[in-house]
Design a protein around this ligand. Sequence first.
Ligand SMILES: [Zn+2]
Length: 248
Amino acid sequence: MLVDVHCHLTDKVFQDKLDEIVSEAKKIGVRALVSSGLGLIDSLKVLEISDYRNIFPSIGIMPYELEGYEEVIELIEKNSDKIVAVGEVGLDYHIYTAVDRRLQEKVFIEFINLAERLDLPIIVHSRSAGRYALEILFKHNAEKVIMHAFDGSASHAIEGVRKGYYFSIPPSIVRSQQKQKLVKRLPIENLLLESDAPALSPVLGEVNKPSNIKISIEWISRLKNISTGKVEEVTTENALKILKINLI
Ligand SMILES: [Zn+2]
């Protein structure tokens, strides 16, 4: 039994293919997928496709498209008993990101406080901003945190581990030395599996699928010298604990 803690099943590449994608994932043991909303319209779609058996919703907004974020906050508050997490939200300091960093930080802090108030975990996007995102999370006493596709240094990630934060590992690990280093350094007790489908494919430019988290499992197993069975067991245990998903 596996959990894909972060993907985007509402993406238009999956339109009319949702059943196919979910059953393909089931074949390798994926029982639960957390589909994360990117903004108001997408988050409404996420709520619509969630069946709370295999697909579970989280609601958020991308830090580089913050228009209407207040409505996303309202949607989270209205659906706080349905969603398994707030996210993805966070910071994006990539060179091409046009949104003012101070605005990104202000909004990120609002989401951190919201997640804490609702006692929900927060799924954090932190492209080119790993250490800054962690610093803000520490400062605002965030406790239930999933750092998704963290691209910062392992030494900063270790500080997150000390606070009990989780780091979810995408299939793009095959082509990222930084992610490989991260997996080597972080304890398995703090790792999760994510596809981020359709993004972060093992092959650059291809459409990623949740079933590809088997690649994350293989790489974690190899890098940490732990059996794939143990990787599956511990990462699933971690996921169920942080997301409080009830699999009947
Ligand atoms: Zn994502």
